[in-house]
Ligand binder design. Structure first.
Ligand SMILES: [Zn+2]
Length: 90
């Protein structure tokens, strides 16, 4: 593992994966004139949930931030991991 890509600019918690394109493209930078900003997959999910259940994604001026749906995302990740294990054990 190298961490050339550094830390997620949104949460400053997770390392970014290499190449950057495998991370989530932040919903704050999806305009044609925006400079693409990549965030970790948890933050990508968080932005999706903010978009769906809140008034929209948290702007970059508020970064770094706590994920709005951090608890929910962690639960989802645990459940996904469990599901993967069950599939492996079949
Ligand atoms: Zn992040």
């Amino acid at each position: 593992m190298n961490d050339v890509a550094g830390t997620c600019p949104r949460c400053e918690e997770h390392s970014m994966m290499v190449p950057l394109e495998v991370n989530a493209l932040s919903r704050t930078t999806r305009g044609i004139v925006d400079t693409p900003v990549w965030v970790c997959s948890d933050c990508g999910m968080d932005e999706g949930l903010e978009d769906a259940f809140h008034t929209g994604t948290t702007e970059q001026t508020e970064w770094p931030m706590m994920r709005t749906f951090d608890y929910f995302i962690k639960e989802t990740n645990v459940q996904t991991a469990r599901l993967m294990n069950e599939v492996d054990n079949v």
